[in-house]
Design a protein around this ligand. Structure first.
Ligand code: ZN
Ligand code: ZN
Length: 71
Protein backbone atom coordinates (compact mmCIF):
# COMPACT_ATOMS: atom_id res chain seq x y z
CA UNK A 1 0.00 0.00 0.00
CA UNK A 2 1.31 3.45 -0.82
CA UNK A 3 0.38 6.72 0.82
CA UNK A 4 1.79 10.21 0.50
CA UNK A 5 3.75 9.75 3.71
CA UNK A 6 5.69 6.75 2.55
CA UNK A 7 5.05 3.09 2.50
CA UNK A 8 2.83 1.25 4.85
CA UNK A 9 3.70 -2.37 5.35
CA UNK A 10 1.45 -3.87 7.93
CA UNK A 11 2.07 -1.92 11.08
CA UNK A 12 5.27 -0.32 9.87
CA UNK A 13 5.61 3.03 8.17
CA UNK A 14 8.87 3.38 6.28
CA UNK A 15 10.46 6.58 5.13
CA UNK A 16 13.88 6.84 3.57
CA UNK A 17 15.85 6.51 6.77
CA UNK A 18 13.12 6.35 9.33
CA UNK A 19 10.94 3.43 10.15
CA UNK A 20 8.04 4.19 12.38
CA UNK A 21 5.86 1.89 14.35
CA UNK A 22 2.24 2.44 13.40
CA UNK A 23 1.12 1.34 16.81
CA UNK A 24 3.11 3.58 19.14
CA UNK A 25 4.93 6.02 16.82
CA UNK A 26 8.39 5.02 17.96
CA UNK A 27 11.02 5.62 15.31
CA UNK A 28 13.96 3.51 14.29
CA UNK A 29 16.78 3.97 11.82
CA UNK A 30 16.76 0.42 10.62
CA UNK A 31 13.91 -1.84 9.71
CA UNK A 32 15.49 -4.60 11.75
CA UNK A 33 15.39 -2.64 14.97
CA UNK A 34 11.78 -1.72 14.31
CA UNK A 35 10.96 -5.37 13.66
CA UNK A 36 12.64 -6.25 16.92
CA UNK A 37 10.61 -3.56 18.64
CA UNK A 38 7.40 -4.98 17.18
CA UNK A 39 8.30 -8.46 18.27
CA UNK A 40 9.69 -7.73 21.69
CA UNK A 41 8.35 -4.57 23.21
CA UNK A 42 5.54 -2.94 21.28
CA UNK A 43 2.39 -2.65 23.32
CA UNK A 44 4.03 -4.29 26.30
CA UNK A 45 4.81 -2.67 29.57
CA UNK A 46 7.96 -3.13 31.54
CA UNK A 47 6.38 -4.80 34.50
CA UNK A 48 9.31 -6.83 35.70
CA UNK A 49 11.15 -4.68 38.20
CA UNK A 50 14.50 -5.13 39.91
CA UNK A 51 14.00 -5.08 43.66
CA UNK A 52 17.51 -3.74 44.17
CA UNK A 53 17.66 -0.72 41.86
CA UNK A 54 14.11 -0.36 40.52
CA UNK A 55 15.16 -0.82 36.92
CA UNK A 56 12.30 -2.21 34.83
CA UNK A 57 12.30 -4.89 32.15
CA UNK A 58 9.99 -6.56 29.70
CA UNK A 59 11.02 -10.08 30.53
CA UNK A 60 12.09 -12.05 33.57
CA UNK A 61 15.13 -13.27 31.64
CA UNK A 62 16.25 -9.68 31.17
CA UNK A 63 15.96 -9.05 34.89
CA UNK A 64 17.94 -12.19 35.64
CA UNK A 65 20.70 -11.10 33.27
CA UNK A 66 20.68 -7.65 34.83
CA UNK A 67 21.01 -9.02 38.36
CA UNK A 68 23.84 -11.25 37.20
CA UNK A 69 25.76 -8.41 35.61
CA UNK A 70 25.03 -5.42 37.82
CA UNK A 71 24.49 -6.71 41.30
ZN1 ZN B 1 5.41 0.09 18.61
ZN1 ZN C 1 18.94 -3.79 39.52
Amino acid sequence: MRSKDGYEIGNIISFLNVHRCFNCSKRYKTLNSLRRHRRVECGKTKDVICAICNHSFYYKQDLQKHIHKKH
